[in-house]
Design a protein around this ligand. Structure first.
Ligand code: ZN
Length: 255
């Protein structure tokens, strides 16, 4: 069978062993779609594919289309994320970004801006004070769900459309309707009560660039509160349960 080669800029999301000597890499392509590729011989000590194709790295690759898995034939590192791997807090903060992409992107389905957004998040993470790292996945995930078309309604009542601004400590929120409710609609709809401060921080992160997010990072506890909401939102709206996000939420590195 004639193999067809192609060049692609990719971000490495996952690595797993295939055999004694091979690795399977899950890659995010620049068009926002996923591809699985085998790196033959990558587990042999003399082979450098494994270090070049490290998780979170961006690489320019040559791949050959295969029947099941594409085959990696060349790789050049464009952005290495050694800093993220070297600091446990940065690694814990980066892992949910890769994991949520891995669980929501698909092969052959382009998602515009996904690659650039993930790359920007990881690049900013590599340079942030690790004590503030949690704000990066918190900002990334609200942007991620928005890109996928499941942004929670944070500004107007999801049933009647009036602006919802409250000085109360909690704001009614309808899981079923996917957003905040005004007091009148909240009387008639099933709702939960979310922290007004947390919702305000979601709005702030959604409307901020990563430069702004990193320049004025939220306090770690505020970022964790946003992540807790995002964890629930991913589960309720997309059926995604991210193990890496659970691990970040329960880790004690930021205490
Ligand atoms: Zn309403």
């Amino acid at each position: 069978m004639a193999s067809r080669s192609y060049a692609a800029r990719v971000m490495v999301l996952r690595k797993r062993k295939l055999s004694e000597s091979d690795l399977v890499l899950q890659l995010l392509k620049q068009d926002g779609s996923l591809v699985d590729a085998v790196a033959k011989g990558a587990r042999k000590p003399t082979n450098t594919f494994a270090t070049r194709m490290e998780v979170f790295n961006v690489c320019d690759c040559l791949l050959a289309r295969g029947r099941n898995l594409d085959v990696l034939t060349e790789a050049r590192v464009v952005s290495a994320r050694e800093a993220v791997h070297a600091a446990p807090r940065l690694y814990y903060a980066a892992a949910p970004i890769a994991d949520c992409i891995s669980r929501t992107a698909q092969p052959d389905l382009a998602v515009e801006r996904l690659f650039d957004m993930a790359d920007a998040a990881l690049e900013h993470l590599a340079h942030i004070d690790p004590a503030h790292a949690v704000v990066v996945p918190a900002a990334y995930l609200i942007k991620h769900v928005s890109l996928l078309g499941v942004r929670p309604g944070l500004f107007q009542c999801v049933t009647c459309g009036v602006d919802v601004r409250t000085h109360a400590s909690t704001t009614p929120f309808s899981i079923e309707d996917g957003g905040v409710l005004c007091p009148e609609c909240a009387r008639e709809r099933a709702c939960i009560h979310l922290g007004t401060r947390m919702l305000g921080n979601c709005r702030l992160l959604l409307g901020s660039t990563f430069d702004q997010v990193v320049e004025n990072p939220l306090a770690a506890q505020d970022a964790f509160d946003v992540l807790g909401f995002e964890h629930r939102w991913l589960r309720d709206q997309l059926g995604v349960s991210s193990k890496a996000l659970q691990q970040l939420l329960s880790c004690t590195l930021f205490d």
